[in-house]
Design a protein around this ligand. Structure first.
Ligand SMILES: [Zn+2]
Ligand SMILES: [Zn+2]
Length: 250
């Protein structure tokens, strides 16, 4: 198929894709995986919701290639192109773990065995003096934080919280050993990018422009952290942090 001039090319980005996309099932499944990845990040501190969304993400990720195959008639020379792509995808070890095993379903026990929680003193949401704490990992973070407060106040932080920004916090990390030794969201993101490139190439083959970015996931590490003021934003007034800041500015 010859390339269409720029002006005639469809731009398949943003919410508009549902109206213009010629390979809607494929594009839609990619967006579904994206949605669940965001839900995982937002629910990092809620073990059940995190796990449910992680399973949905893995499922959607796997469904992208099925959707693409179901739309093969719309893509010229599909078989030759796709068999080459399949070879490439097979070389990606991480993707193989995510996509190949049809039975990859993350069960509660899989999260339990490899979850770390670091807790202690945080300053402006950065770890200052923390230790890895032994806690039942399948607990909601707010309960872990309550426990951390009992352990570290008043030893690490005075109950009055006299220094602005200094408070008790925890940093959580989820690892799914059967997929990777690394933190799972960063691995999900890498797998999602690999399939995004495939979806992009499929679009290009039918002269449609497709763009995606993982910029929106870069701040996931901030979601790994939970501090006292996250749980109760009114504490900055109770501890006088707001007042102190105002006085400093004068
Ligand atoms: Zn599209
Ligand atoms: Zn995103």
């Amino acid at each position: 198929m010859s390339e269409k001039p720029e002006t005639e090319r469809i731009l398949c980005v943003g919410a508009n894709y549902t109206k213009v996309c010629p390979i809607l099932a494929t594009h839609d499944t990619f967006e579904q995986a994206h949605y669940h990845l965001h839900q995982c990040i937002l629910n990092y501190h809620n073990p059940s919701q995190f796990r449910f969304n992680l399973n949905s993400f893995i499922q959607s990720l796997r469904n992208i290639t099925f959707a693409l195959q179901s739309e093969k008639r719309k893509i010229p020379d599909f078989d030759v192109w796709y068999s080459k792509k399949q070879e490439q995808l097979k070389e990606n070890d991480l993707l193989k773990k995510f996509v190949e095993g049809r039975n990859v379903v993350v069960k509660q026990g899989m999260l339990e065995s490899k979850s770390k929680v670091s807790s202690g003193l945080f300053k402006f949401r950065k770890e200052k003096a923390c230790v890895i704490m032994d806690i039942p990992p399948f607990t909601e973070s707010k309960n872990v934080l309550e426990l951390a407060k009992k352990i570290w106040i008043p030893g690490f932080v005075a109950p009055e919280h006299i220094f602005i920004g200094e408070e008790i916090g925890i940093k959580r990390e989820w690892v799914i050993e059967s997929i990777s030794e690394k933190e799972i969201i960063s691995e999900c993101n890498s797998a999602w990018i690999a399939l995004g490139n495939l979806v992009g190439e499929a679009h290009n083959k039918i002269c449609v422009d497709f763009e995606f970015s993982d910029y929106c996931h870069h701040k996931y590490e901030e979601y790994q952290i939970m501090t006292e003021t996250d749980l109760d934003p009114n504490l900055i007034y109770k501890w006088g942090w707001e007042e102190k800041k105002r006085k400093r500015k004068k």
